[in-house]
Design a protein around this ligand. Structure first.
Ligand code: ATP
Ligand code: MG
Length: 147
């Protein structure tokens, strides 16, 4: 079997939705296990100008994280059900999406990471977002970026 453990990195964006569809199809074709890692983040980061001119993005509240996690769970379960595959294992984390993808990839023994080329912040003209670029750079297994 080419791939036994597939890890999808999912941010809920339209790009990641296409990566979800691709991952589910791959699982159906190969019988691989599917894990999903997600680090909820604001869709449009609110810019906060802190005292002394520091600029930071406003973190999500606990409630917003719970809401995002529920929406992610719903997306993933609906796609899995539609494809008739087993319920994927969901890993919702806080912090850095790249570090989280790496640690879940290691913990699950993933041999393929699937992600979108761009994500929630797809406003610029870059072909590859910073998260997919960093995951591809740091991963110790095969990576697939879905257009
Ligand atoms: P940037 O974030 O650099 O402004 P972007 O949002 O367009 O650009 P990325 O964030 O690199 O692009 O998103 C590319 C893919 O990486 C997404 O489709 C998704 O598969 C994955 N990804 C991005 N952010 C997260 C996240 N917070 N949690 C899980 N997966 C993520
Ligand atoms: Mg992003």
């Amino acid at each position: 079997m080419p791939f036994e453990t597939i890890l999808l990195s999912y941010d809920g964006s339209p790009h990641a939705r296409r990566a979800l569809d691709a991952a589910v199809e791959l699982v159906r074709a190969t019988g691989a296990d599917l894990h999903v890692v997600s680090t909820p983040e604001p869709a449009m980061p609110a810019i906060v100008v802190a005292p002394y001119g520091d600029i930071a993005t406003m973190p999500l509240t606990e409630e917003q994280i719970e809401e995002a996690a529920a929406a992610i769970r719903e997306d993933v379960l609906a796609a899995a059900r539609a494809a008739g595959i087993a319920e994927p294992d969901l890993h919702v984390r806080r912090g850095d999406p790249v570090a989280n993808a790496m640690s879940v990839a290691d913990a699950t023994g993933a041999d393929l990471i699937v992600m979108g080329r761009r994500g929630l912040g797809a406003l610029g003209s870059l072909a590859l977002g910073s998260v997919s670029q960093a995951i591809t750079h740091r991963a110790r297994c095969a990576c697939m970026t879905v257009i």
